[in-house]
Design a binder for this molecule. Structure first.
Ligand SMILES: [Cu+2]
Length: 308
């Protein structure tokens, strides 16, 4: 009696698990829930939001879909582990039935992971190619110059090192630099550093890219689809005041941007040009840090630390 029923039960459980998993996937497809809905439901799985660029949306969808796929596999594996632990727990001193291998099973758990990895690779390659895509004629070109420990943003009249800067914004220890860019236009960022490696990062873009000194000029393009103000940061440990390298990205309407750039070209300061288009002249999402260092350390008396 025992041999017959236990041979049938695993098959039945396997079938039920397969049905459950297939059902869940089908339900997800049929329920009409978009990937963004799933992201909202799970707090974006740790990302700040769906992003503010067309490129960010693609990365976001890939991230949420990959996480859901990983969780689906995870839940299946955890389920099987717990089922085995309970179903085949030690009940007596009798040695359990010793089996060698099960060919269909071996093939299944070799082919399934390969398929999953292939699908993830396929979508990753597509999204990565799109995110790195550069257009022949971007609408705006902004040179990002990083230095210890702040940013300069140069609006350029063409692509590459040889082009000219037509307007510029630079940050100081008292004023957060503001990077004004238009919505709905292809913006090309060209990065260069004056000293060490920094990294240009706007969390809401779901994107960062290293800023190198020397000959390497990192270039990327984004198209913003949400106006607003967003904090940008340096994401590469670059020295003492690395953590103080904040800037503010201000995304405005195209017409406002044109007006801003004209004002800058006419010699106005960034603050005056922002006021001219009816925007808050200073950063609203972040503020300058106190850069005054103290002469004492936590462990040493003041005179010793100052070398006296
Ligand atoms: Cu830095």
């Amino acid at each position: 009696m025992g041999a017959r029923s236990s041979a049938r039960r695993p098959r039945a459980v396997g079938r039920a698990a397969g049905l459950g998993l297939g059902g869940a996937t089908l339900l997800m497809l049929l329920s009409g829930c978009s990937i963004a809905d799933w992201g909202d439901a799970f707090g974006h799985f740790g990302w700040p939001s769906r992003g503010i660029t067309l490129q960010a949306h693609e990365m976001y969808d890939l991230w949420i879909a990959s996480t859901i796929a990983a969780l689906t596999v995870g839940v299946g594996v955890w389920g099987l582990i717990f089922w085995c632990v309970i179903r085949y727990r030690k009940r007596g001193e009798e040695l359990p039935v010793q089996t060698r291998f099960n060919m269909p099973m071996e093939i299944l758990y070799t082919v399934t992971p390969i398929l999953i990895v292939a699908v993830l690779f396929y979508y990753t390659a597509i999204v990565q190619t799109n995110v790195d895509k550069l257009s022949k004629n971007p609408d705006q070109i902004v040179e990002v110059v990083a230095f210890k420990w702040n940013w300069q943003f140069n609006y350029r009249d063409g692509m590459g090192e040889k082009a000219n800067t037509v307007a510029s914004t630079v940050g100081s220890s008292d004023v957060i630099p503001i990077l004004v860019v238009p919505i709905g236009e292809k913006i090309r960022f060209e990065e260069t550093s004056k000293d060490v490696i920094h990294s240009f990062w706007v969390p809401e873009m779901l994107f960062k890219r290293d800023v190198f000194p020397g000959n390497v000029r990192n270039v990327f393009e984004v198209t913003l689809d949400k106006t607003g103000r967003y904090v940008g940061r340096c994401a590469e440990l670059c020295g003492t005041y690395h953590a103080f390298m904040n800037f503010e990205l201000v995304v405005v309407e195209s017409a406002e941007f044109d007006q801003f750039l004209e004002a800058k070209k006419a010699g106005k300061s960034t603050q005056e040009a922002l006021t001219a288009i009816g925007k808050e002249p200073y950063a609203t999402r972040t503020s300058p840090f106190n850069t005054r260092r103290q002469s004492h350390t936590w462990n040493q008396p003041e005179t010793q630390a100052a070398g006296k």
